[in-house]
Design a protein around this ligand. Structure first.
Ligand SMILES: [Zn+2]
Length: 234
């Protein structure tokens, strides 16, 4: 029998949840999942591939994870599997010469990625790792941001649910039956369901990095800040 190959393990603290997780580099067969997804060019294929890689390499359940933590894990796995330098090609509009291309090649360094946590635009009151969506003066929902949206909106909301409260009484998710939850959602006043929609679509803290690029024709150097990195792997 051939020897078993030891794969190194690393750990990182997730920027939003504060949880410490372990992860490992992806191996050849997993790299192929990413490669085929990228070749297909379908956004949903790429998302599925990234979810699978994160699941395989870290064991983290992606269904109830914050979008920023999701990107963070993937970047960390990517860095230890390939390199912390990620080469990207991105569009530019203001290059000097007429014959300049509309795209330049550049790179960013995963080790220099930062998380922007303060967010003045956030219209929702935060509590712990989640946010409060009031239903009326007494009743409200405690929800967390998630990245994976189910085809079923009720299921997506249920995945995001931390608890429902009524005054001082708190009903943790573990005590809430799924069908009862559907009934609760169906009985919400329209403005509250609009708020829920807003909450689900709201992009909170984000990952930010500096991308350095250079035009091959005129040599102009580009330096820009980019937020949200998933697009770069597409
Ligand atoms: Zn140029």
């Amino acid at each position: 029998m051939l020897p078993k190959i030891n794969i190194p393990k690393y750990s990182t603290t997730l920027p939003i949840s504060g949880k410490v997780i372990e992860y490992r580099p992806y191996i050849v067969k997993e790299q192929n999942i990413l490669k085929y997804a990228a070749q297909s060019g379908e956004e949903s294929d790429i998302e599925d591939a990234i979810k699978q890689i994160i699941g395989n390499c870290s064991g983290v359940d992606v269904s109830d994870i914050h979008p920023t933590d999701f990107e963070w894990i993937f970047l960390k796995i990517h860095a230890c599997s390939e390199s912390n330098i990620v080469e990207v090609i991105y569009p530019v509009e203001d290059c000097a010469e007429l014959q300049c291309p509309s795209y330049v090649s550049g790179y960013f360094d995963i080790n220099e990625v930062t998380v922007i946590k303060q967010d003045k635009a956030n219209p929702f009151k935060s509590r712990g790792n989640g946010f409060i969506i009031p239903v009326d003066d007494n009743i409200g929902m405690h929800l967390k941001k998630i990245v994976v949206f189910d085809e079923n909106d009720y299921q997506t909301l249920y995945n995001a649910l931390i608890s429902i409260y009524d005054g001082d009484k708190i009903f943790p998710k573990s005590s809430i039956d799924y069908n009862e939850f559907i009934d609760f959602i169906d009985n919400l006043p329209k403005p509250v369901s609009e708020q829920l929609k807003q909450f689900m679509e709201y992009v909170g803290p984000t990952i930010q990095c500096n991308v350095n690029g250079k035009c091959d024709v005129c040599g102009k150097v580009f330096y820009q800040q980019v937020e949200g990195l998933k697009d770069f792997f597409v």
